[in-house]
Design a protein around this ligand. Sequence first.
Ligand code: GLN
Ligand code: ZN
Length: 766
Amino acid sequence: MALAHNLGFPRIGADRELKKALEAHWHGELDEAGLRAVGRELRATHWQLQQEAGIELLPVGDFAWYDQVLTHSLMFGVIPQRFRPQHGAPSLDTLFSMARGTAADRCCGGAHAQEMTKWFDSNYHYLVPEFSVDQQFQLSWPQLFEEVDEALALGHQIKPVIIGPLTYLWLGKVKGAGAEAFDKLELLERLLPVYGEILQRLAEQGVQWLQIDEPILALDLPQAWKSAFERAYNLLQWSPLKKLLTTYFAGLEDNLGLAAGLPVDGLHIDLVRAPEQYPQILDRLPAYKVLSLGVVDGRNIWRSDLDQLLPLLQDAQQRLGERLWLAPSCSLLHCPVDLAREPQLDTELRSWLAFAVQKCAEVALLATALKQPQDADVQTALAASRAARLSRRLSPRIHKPQVQARLAAISARDTQRQSPFAQRIVQQRALLQLPPLPTTSIGSFPQTAAIRQARQAFKQGKLSAAEYAEAMQGQIRHAVQVQERLGLDVLVHGEAERNDMVEYFAEQLDGYAFTRFGWVQSYGSRCVKPAIIYGDISRPKAMTLEWITFAQSCTDKIIKGMLTGPVTMLMWSFARDDISREQQAQQLALAIRDEVLELEAAGIKIIQIDEAAFREGMPLRHAQQSAYLAWASAAFRLCASGVGDATQIHTHMCYSEFNAVLDSIAAMDADVITIETSRSDMQLLKAFEAFDYPNDIGPGVYDIHSPRVPDSAEMLKLLRKAVQLIPAERLWVNPDCGLKTRGWPETEAALLNMVAAAKQLRAELA
Ligand code: GLN
Ligand code: ZN
């Protein structure tokens, strides 16, 4: 009968125990034995939680000290020269230095950390494997085998999890001599023997089933990679282990035949992201294979609609019998741990939610419901699930007629500025009277200990609202004074009052809810606690007006108002699953639009709407990308287009790969865009050669991610490169992101040099 299994469980711990232990270890407050003990305890707890929830086959190998891709790099001996221990095997120190770099004073000159990037379309970041052209692979890290023994000793039924060879190679980058001309797929032949060894050892440990994650099967793959799948899995076929190949985050589409036909014993598909894969998959799946259906959403926090799933599962059970397995759609890494930790949540809202533990229970419940549909407990659980879904469907807290009416009334006019950019910019220049190459910043200034203490004291009730406002005003006044002294042209208020660029707004919007322990790992020890969009979004009152107008009252210079855009609000929240992302973005856009208009009415002449997450919302499959880009840029325009021509709209994006989306960024029609370019030495601007971006651009002239203060000659060099590619009259001068993580001394020093560089270039051009 249908087997309930899980693809992976959050490793960080319900209380972020792993985060705390890691940080204590890095600060020298917890030794390695202590850290290892925390890891062991977490694994034991997590297996037990899953087992108690009814999961029959538990994942092992989903735990990682920092990141699962990094664990694989150690396992295969993919350790760049600069981190390789002089003698002996790699240690936990090796692993942490690969993840975090080594400081110059700790090691010979210091080594920069491996690159980090987003795991598919999630907010989880992995460490990019770093290959060399002559890369050799050998089994170098026993963690997986140790954890298998650990789980077996606890008496668990387990299924080790590894990343498949093709996905592992796909995620990596070849660096060093000869890298450019080298196809990393050539490494496959060298890598496969190590997989062979791993399978062999797991079999010797008594493992029966192995889960091999190959999520790249849900991407548009080049033909060479498709063919490589057959080669690789034919070679691994001889192993006595049974292999479950897992795919997730999108549909298999053109790779469906390939995936179904590979010589493995089972296939997992994501039916949440791509429900259309069933029943199609049944026609292609050989009659000996297990089919694992990922039916419980591993990427959000909503309770499943079990009633809707059951008929499909009954059908699958009839056709597959014992060969049917049930699971969450993907690893639960992307979910908070346990809803039981949130007793403070309103009961109705709580009844709509499911975190990792609850999602495991849902999978198990579905399996039991197939076995014993008449069982009284099953009936009770299904009834509870039904009641929750029903209350969610009907709740007046979710569906707000005013919001619906506004959405229905949106017309093309609302998503378009009154005049084209060429006309607007003339009016804006006349109004703003800025020098050529105007200097500005991205918004935030240092979030000092004093600021954080004041916020904390206010939240704890130790500071009254008036005292808190006064403290923040003091910070704003200070930030404005510093910017005046440095000679910046367009000033900001500094965002002292904001804990986070999304949460700050979410807290003031209706339709958002917040958890206490809803943490999700972002990378290493870093966790985020996304707010939950549960209902239609509306803005009860102004969110930033008071602070921005206060800043403006402190200076005669122009203050740029600072908002977070609708797409970023959506991407960095847990979104609803009962209406489309597009519609949620529109609701957010309308709320922010009202704020934009209120700022304009209060005399604010420049308003920046940050869209840091614009690029990352992009679907994995090419075929779906243009639809996303269309609604995402429309949502931005909906939020920005209510203003008059003379009001200047800025936006900011801080990732480096926008070549493919430049035309959609242009379609957002912001008057000015500030972007990250400094780390790539203005390389990114090359994209602007091919694509003639029509509006103003501020390519970041220095990297704010490091405390290093670049001198003005260095920034001048970058600016000179920029004027080669962008006409000087459309060029702005700014750092490449917000300064909240920096301290004041380096911030002032760097901005002073930046202003000097701009003045120098102005003089040269004049
Ligand atoms: N305005 C924000 C800041 O300066 C933008 C941050 C971001 O793009 N991540 O902090
Ligand atoms: Zn940024």
